[in-house]
Design a protein around this ligand. Sequence first.
Ligand SMILES: NC(=O)c1ccc[n+]([C@@H]2O[C@H](COP(=O)([O-])OP(=O)(O)OC[C@H]3O[C@@H](n4cnc5c(N)ncnc54)[C@H](O)[C@@H]3O)[C@@H](O)[C@H]2O)c1
Ligand SMILES: O=c1ccn([C@@H]2O[C@H](COP(=O)(O)OP(=O)(O)O[C@H]3O[C@H](CO)[C@@H](O)[C@H](O)[C@H]3O)[C@@H](O)[C@H]2O)c(=O)[nH]1
Length: 421
Amino acid sequence: MNVCIIGAGYVGLTTAAVLAKLGHTVHCVDENEQKIAALKRGDVPIYEPGLAELFTDHQSRLFFHHKQIHVEADVIFICVGTPADSKGKPDVSYVNRAIADLTPHINEKQTLVIKSTVPIGTNERIYNHFKNEGKHIHVVSNPEFLREGSAIFDSLYPDRIVIGLREDDDRSLSIMQALYAGIHAPYIVTSLSGAEMIKYAANAFLATKISFINEMARLCEAYGVDVVDVAKGIGLDGRIGPHFLQAGIGYGGSCFPKDVTALQQMAYEQNVRPYMLEATKTINDTQLNWYVQKIKRTLGHMSKKRIAVLGIAFKPNTDDIRESPAVSLIKKLHAHGANVIAHDPKAVLHNVDVKQANTLEEAIAQADALIVATDWDEYKQLNWAYVKQMMSGNVVIDGRNCLPREAIMNAGLNYVGVGRG
Ligand SMILES: NC(=O)c1ccc[n+]([C@@H]2O[C@H](COP(=O)([O-])OP(=O)(O)OC[C@H]3O[C@@H](n4cnc5c(N)ncnc54)[C@H](O)[C@@H]3O)[C@@H](O)[C@H]2O)c1
Ligand SMILES: O=c1ccn([C@@H]2O[C@H](COP(=O)(O)OP(=O)(O)O[C@H]3O[C@H](CO)[C@@H](O)[C@H](O)[C@H]3O)[C@@H](O)[C@H]2O)c(=O)[nH]1
């Protein structure tokens, strides 16, 4: 099939690479001229494992365009951003602009797929917009569930494919199934709004699991219990499951914070009090301060102390720093007078007056304390005896409960986790 993807961000580029791998011809359009120029040169503007390789392998089927082109696409995807506005509501202006640009050109043979995470009712509104323009456009809501850092794997092996359709649409499901032929996953077919709600509910539930375990971490700390044992102990219950029970300095990224708040706002608009979402957000908003208090208690004062913060990205295997708890931690430690030196294998610190080390050794050397803020594998695999030699102090603070506690203690270092007594 011939596919046009509008918005060459994480979702757009991953979708493009995967559809090209499946044998489709893909035209990616973005309004960011520099991004398109980079893509045309063969540079991938984001770090996502496996993405560059897929682009190289399937370059004969991948095309990049700056201005919106209206190729004879069978399917047009909207993958533009929907960030939170100043009140926490989803800003759908990028979606609206993309739809406005498409309006004079789109024809009824084409299928329009909305992959961006959009507020409940947006797909219906888009359908009605075209109807008012005299066009009966087949609009499909096909939310995306990929995680950054494993986006290609998640797209090739998704847990499910959610397809939202209008009741009278008897054409689009088979088109979507043909498009995704080769990907084996159960299809959940629902209404346009149903698909939108599934996306928000999935993110809200996952974020709630994290806030739940972070609350348990605070309780574990108070009672001298190890939250890692608790997570294992409850996670083996099939009804609970082991995933998203890693306590830490809170969830971040471009999705959970904005989507939890967005769903909360949508609830208020309907006079529904979202008690659970409020709690999820409150726990996350206070988790970092709670942990900084613990760091302060551990280190005494922070003034002039040299603290190596390992991790800048909001999670490992990405260079994305949007809503990164690691960046917030770096800012807080800096504000407390600490002499912070940050490190990340891929992400770059912007607009913060803190030095970023080029190598791990540079970050660790002479540090009074070392804090892991992002659970990159290379931090988990550090040689702790060597770390001890390099540091001035002996405190290792594991903000993600991801480090080998025994090995660290055996190296003569003090280990401080999250909710670990
Ligand atoms: N990042 C993720 O992991 C992820 C996962 C699932 C769903 N989502 C959702 O997918 C959507 C996209 O997220 P993202 O992280 O890929 O966003 P992004 O910010 O990385 O990329 C969006 C791109 O769209 C471009 N754009 C904006 N308006 C445009 C227009 N009118 N015409 C052409 N290009 C335009 C921007 O220049 C940018 O390159 C959001 O709704 C997000 O909530 C994101
Ligand atoms: O047990 C856990 C798991 C994750 N996190 C944190 O939660 C955040 C989000 O992590 P993750 O969900 O792995 O990354 P995202 O790329 O933000 O993916 C989420 O958001 C996407 C955008 O909507 C969805 O598509 C994905 O399904 C959903 O997992 C990160 O800060 C993680 O450090 C924890 O603190 N504890």
